[in-house]
Design a protein around this ligand. Structure first.
Ligand SMILES: Cc1ncc(COP(=O)(O)O)c(C=O)c1O
Length: 351
């Protein structure tokens, strides 16, 4: 049975392993920059077995060829560098780090940006003519807007534009944008793929060989390589990604249902899949800050996608000044849902 016809739960467990008789089941952590011989083998240019295992596994899950990077931002920067757009369509409200990256290119005069509401498909399609690349983030961080990837990809293909999808919140378990026509899928592997809040890593997965080679060349010249330990841990995370997502999603659905009937909550945003939830407290910023201070089990923290539930109020960041003041973005973990809810309910009472 080829990886292509298997389910994600199977691919996640079996892809990216050594296969020779007598070899270990997992690529060992290879702490080496230099390799003996006259072929010029060097980690930054040739990779290490650990990166290759991780790339095989994530590539198989996404249905493309993956290149690993030192962080999600390094993967995003590599996608911009590799495709070198002159005109980029970008969601107005997307991860603030990516907007800062693009702003920098704009200030240096390398790039023009057309901002769009990524959930407004007609507006996105209307912005594509004359653009080189459409940047899609879906669901978006932190407002969880969802893009229509197949329609955007079809419109981009008709206009000769490429599509990059930041699928960090969806994970390869909930979305496979390459199958819908995207050129590159990127992940902050720091989040759900790693899954344990103990590493920084990024992945860019290419739909075709030429794009894959551009991404590899970009990593080589920019030196944005992952660490050997991080790659090992990220691949360990991949093994349980579908299992964790199953539990996290079930928990998220239940938390959303309970939030929707809570009197302190003015609005709940949940795309119907994944583990990210955003909710707005009727009491605004003060109530949201108080709730974030009051949690005991749920971790008040800025990153997400770990086994532990975490949450934070987003509007406090200058880059997220547009979001409602009382909006809390929550990453729902794998704890028992009743314990998550008990903690959230007492924290909401404190707000
Ligand atoms: C949607 C999204 N993309 C990219 C990144 C950047 O990833 P990293 O922090 O691994 O550089 C993040 C980080 O929060 C994110 O949420």
């Amino acid at each position: 049975m080829s990886a292509g016809s298997q389910h994600p739960a199977t691919i996640a467990v079996s892809a990216g392993r050594p296969h020779g008789i007598g070899e270990p089941l997992n690529h060992p952590i290879t702490l080496a920059s230099n390799f003996r011989g006259e072929e010029g083998v060097y980690s930054r240019t040739h990779g290490t077995p650990g990166w290759i295992g991780l790339e095989e596994a994530v590539g198989a899950l996404e249905g493309g060829r993956a290149v690993s990077f030192s962080s999600g931002m390094a993967a995003a920067a590599a996608a911009v560098f590799a495709l070198a757009p002159k005109v980029l369509v970008l969601p107005t409200y997307s991860y603030l780090g990516v907007r800062a990256l693009v702003d920098d290119h704009v200030r240096q005069g390398h790039l023009q940006v057309r901002f769009v509401d990524i959930a407004d498909t007609a507006a996105v399609v209307a912005a594509i003519a004359g653009a080189d690349v459409v940047w899609v983030e879906t669901p978006t961080n932190p407002t969880l807007d969802v893009a229509d990837i197949p329609t955007i990809c079809a419109a981009a293909a008709a206009a000769g534009a490429k599509v990059v999808v930041d699928s960090t919140f969806a994970t390869p378990v909930c979305a496979r944008p390459l199958a819908d026509g995207a050129t590159i899928v990127i992940h902050s592997g720091t989040k759900f793929i790693g899954g344990h809040s103990d590493l920084l890593i990024g992945l860019a997965v290419a739909a075709d060989d030429a794009t894959y080679e551009r991404l590899r060349q970009t990593r080589l010249v920019n030196g944005s390589t992952p660490g050997a330990l991080e790659a090992f841990l990220a691949l360990r995370g991949v093994r349980t990604l579908p299992l964790r997502m199953e539990r996290m999603q079930a928990n998220a659905v239940e938390v959303v249902a309970r939030l929707r009937t809570h009197s302190a909550v003015a609005d709940v945003r949940y795309p119907g899949f994944g583990a990210m939830v955003a909710f707005v407290l009727a009491g605004g910023a003060d109530a949201a800050d108080a709730a974030c201070r009051a949690v005991r089990l749920i971790v008040p923290a800025t990153s997400l996608g770990g086994v532990e539930s975490s949450m934070e109020r987003r509007q406090k960041y200058a880059g997220d000044a547009h979001v409602p003041p009382g909006l809390i973005r929550m990453s729902v973990g794998i704890e028992h849902v009743d314990d998550i809810w008990a903690d959230l309910a007492q924290a909401l009472a404190a707000g």
